[in-house]
Design a binder for this molecule. Structure first.
Ligand code: PBG
Length: 304
């Protein structure tokens, strides 16, 4: 009678790649998650694939940050190196990359700053270059997470002109300005140095706007649409799935992971049961794919 089932192949596991060698540093607010250098991330990729999780999404922590985030599209950048190394070691693992500027800019915003504010149109060109450099390095899919208007179209048209018509785009379409990203910003070292992301991310109070954002991304050529965060936005996931016949991904974000881990550590909850209940609810709401830091643990339970 069970209507909703979970399987390891529903999951995408996020990985944080950093510069240097021999580095595997646990992220304090995200127990079990690491910043890893390229040599270490390869072993991790093997482990993930062995558990039956078919896909990862890569975030980069570059050695140099500048105003324009130029290391984002450097062919020798951390993410580009990691893609090559992972595809070489575990060719079957599907590699997605997060396309955004916030990890690469010295100010930590998701775009280029002009007159004290993020300039949407200047940013588009750089995002498209970043996506192209990931695909050239071997990425199977790109996922723009910046929420600039027109970025799916800009990326799609550059990829098409360069002969990468078959590379899909997973768009972070309904991305809310959320307190649930706190631990991620520590993990990715991407906290904005001034202001916040409210000028380009959505107001948590809005529902109709999410549908408009999703519709625009579909028109621009998105293949998968994403709602983020997941837990406080199950209604949005459900509505997006019902309104558009498209594959829907949901991002079970860092804060949603950390609160379960913290309460689990204190012995206040049954961590494993809560993890499975959360993941099941995201699927039940309508998500086809879940990006989650729980992917490995949940896969282990599902495989046992
Ligand atoms: C931006 C990006 C963020 C996350 C994924 N991509 C952070 C933000 O918008 O501040 C958050 C993911 C998480 O919290 O797990 N590149």
């Amino acid at each position: 009678m069970r209507e909703t089932r979970l399987s390891p192949d529903d999951f995408i596991y996020p990985l944080f790649v950093t510069y240097g060698k021999g580095i595997r540093k646990e992220i304090p607010s995200m127990p079990g998650c690491y910043q890893e250098s390229v040599d270490k991330i390869i072993n991790h990729a093997r482990e993930i694939y062995r558990l039956g999780v078919p896909s990862i999404i890569l975030f980069g922590i570059p050695e140099h940050k500048d105003e324009k985030g130029s290391s984002a599209y450097d062919e020798h950048g951390v993410v580009q190196k990691a893609i090559k190394a992972i595809k070489n070691a575990v060719p079957e693992l599907y590699v997605i990359t997060d396309v955004c500027m916030c990890e690469y800019t010295s100010h930590g915003h998701c775009g280029i700053i002009k007159n004290g504010d993020v300039d949407n149109d200047l940013t588009l060109e750089i995002l498209a270059k970043e996506a192209l450099s990931h695909v050239r390095a071997g990425a199977d899919m790109v996922a723009p997470s910046d929420m600039m208007d027109g970025r799916v179209k800009a990326i799609r048209s550059l990829l098409d002109t360069e002969g990468f018509e078959s590379i899909p785009i997973m768009a972070y379409s309904a991305k809310y300005a959320s307190s649930f990203y706190g631990p991620f910003r520590e993990a990715a070292e991407s906290t904005p140095q001034f202001g916040d992301r409210r000028s380009y991310q959505m107001d948590p109070a809005n529902r109709i706007e999410a549908l408009r954002e999703v519709e625009l991304d579909i028109e621009e050529g998105a293949d998968i649409i994403m709602v983020k965060p997941a837990l406080s936005y199950l209604d949005i996931i459900s509505e997006v799935k019902r309104t558009f016949s498209m594959p829907v991904a949901a991002y079970n974000v860092s804060g949603e992971y950390s609160i379960v881990k913290a309460a689990g550590k204190l012995g206040w909850i049954d961590e494993k049961r809560m993890m499975m209940e959360i993941l099941t609810s995201i699927r039940r709401a309508g998500a086809d794919i879940i990006l989650t830091y729980f992917a490995k643990e949940a896969a282990k339970l599902l495989n046992s």
